[in-house]
Every structure is written in C-alpha cells, then in structure tokens.
Design a protein around this ligand. Structure first.
Ligand SMILES: NC(=O)c1ccc[n+]([C@@H]2O[C@H](COP(=O)([O-])OP(=O)(O)OC[C@H]3O[C@@H](n4cnc5c(N)ncnc54)[C@H](OP(=O)(O)O)[C@@H]3O)[C@@H](O)[C@H]2O)c1
Length: 225
C-alpha cells in the first residue's frame, strides 16, 4: 500500500490531492495548519490527519514520528500569496520574509525532517508545488515580488538538493499546477482543482529517477527556468 504525505491539505489543491490519492489507494497523511476544513468530512480508513505548521521543525519531527513504514510520496503543497504591491515603495518586508519562509524554506525543512521515512529501497518521490511565476524567463509583467522570488528560490533549493536525494533513490519534481480556482487562485481561474490534480498525479506516476529536478506544468509542458 503506497503511503503519501500532503501539506496544506485542508483546502484548495492540497485537499483535492488528498481526495484523489485516497481514491487511487494511497494511505494519506493529510496535514493542516489551522482548521481541518474539508478533511473533517472525509471518513476513510486510509486517511490520517496531522496538525502541521510547515515552519516548525518540532511539528515536523512530531509528524515524522507518527509515520509507520516508508513514505513513497511527499507533496510540499502548502503556500501563501504575497501583498501584490503595486509599487516598490509599498513592499512590506515583514510579509516578504514570511512568504520566503513558507514557500521556499519550509518545503526544504519538511523534506529534511521526513528524509528518514523517504529513504528506503523502493525509492520515493518528492513534489514541490511551485509556480510559473518562479520562471525568470517568463517574468514579463513583473511585480508579485515576494511570491515570485519565493518560488524561484524553491526551484533552486530543489535542484541544489537533487543529487543528494538521487543518492537515496529519491526523485524530485517541481510542478506548476496551472492557474487553479482556489482561495489563492481566485474565482477567475480557468482550471478546477479536479483537472489540475488529475494532471499532477499523472506527472507523479510517470516520474522516474532520471527525470529528477524537472520543472513542469500539471499537463506535462516543460517550463522555462
Ligand atoms: N491556485 C493557483 O492558481 C496556484 C498557481 C500556482 C501555484 N500554486 C501553488 O499551489 C499550492 C496550493 O495552492 P492553493 O491554490 O491550493 O492555495 P490555498 O487554497 O490558498 O491553500 C493554501 C494551503 O496552504 C496552507 N498553508 C499556508 N501556510 C501554511 C503553513 N505555515 N503551514 C502549513 N500550511 C500552510 C493553508 O492552510 P490554512 O488553511 O491553515 O491557511 C492551505 O491549506 C501553493 O504552494 C501555491 O503557491 C497555486
């Protein structure tokens, strides 16, 4: 029985990932920061709920201690938006630090904290939920300073970690989910979570060790760095 852990699973893309992973037979450790949200309504024998703020090493260690056996899939999904400031003068550096902490540093913290569970003979996969907004080549409109920089940093931290993880049979994938209708994506987004997550799961299932470190969209399109 494959085993997965999803961060930020109480709503949005994380919730839909949890729902679809359960449907495909995964045991899912679904983590939530504040409220259980939609997770409270799922009664499934393979679902395990854990409270986890991804910024806390102690909380990560506590969740890691509750996982029995190897983890086959880690999805670092939790993330926050920034202030969408309209000018350099309006940037709030406190918010910049928080966005960098949650979107770039925390996925590395969580991955490190769960390495003992991910390091097993069958080989595991780590997904980093990044964004097209991480792409320097695609940054034509500018702005969204903190969000863009946090996801670009996440991409680099992931690629920098790739070889060390390969030595442990762990493959990493940087996935842009598309523009998805969630609290973050807003009501004008063209994609529903269901379609985005179906694509994300296809990318995860096709992922092999020699694909490690790719930056790809939910539908398989390779993205420019
Ligand atoms: N939606 C899009 O169009 C889009 C596009 C590109 C990339 N993404 C990325 O996809 C991921 C999911 O986005 P979404 O649209 O589903 O966002 P969302 O609906 O705003 O949900 C964000 C999730 O992250 C959790 N979270 C925030 N801070 C956290 C923390 N410190 N510790 C643990 N969990 C935390 C939230 O928990 P609480 O409920 O407790 O706040 C929530 O579960 C994010 O990484 C986002 O950057 C989304």
């Amino acid at each position: 029985m494959p085993q997965a852990l999803v961060t930020g699973a109480n709503r949005g893309i994380g919730f839909e990932l949890t729902r679809q992973l359960l449907e495909t037979g995964y045991t899912v450790h679904a983590t939530y920061r504040s409220t259980k949200g939609g997770l409270a309504d799922i009664t499934h024998p393979l679902l395990h709920l854990h409270k986890l703020d991804v910024r806390s090493d102690d909380a990560i260690a506590s969740v890691a201690s509750l996982i029995e056996g190897g983890l086959d899939l880690l999805i670092n999904n939790a993330g926050i938006a920034d202030g969408r400031w309209s000018s350099v003068e309006e940037i709030d550096f406190g918010v910049v630090s928080e966005v960098m902490e949650v979107n770039a540093i925390a996925p590395l913290r969580v991955t490190r904290g769960l390495l003992p569970a991910l390091d097993h003979a069958e080989g595991a996969k780590v997904v980093m939920m990044t964004s097209l907004m991480a792409s320097i080549a695609d940054c034509h409109s500018g702005k969204s300073y903190a969000y863009r920089a946090s996801k670009t940093a996440l991409n680099m931290l992931t690629v920098a970690m790739k070889n060390e993880l390969l030595d442990r049979n762990i493959s990493v994938i940087l996935i842009h989910p598309g523009w998805v209708e969630t609290d973050m994506g807003g009501p004008r987004a063209p994609l529903r979570p269901k379609e985005s997550v179906e694509g994300i799961l296809d990318r995860i299932h096709e992922q092999t060790l020699d694909m490690s470190g790719r930056f790809v969209q939910y539908d398989g399109e390779r993205l420019p760095w």
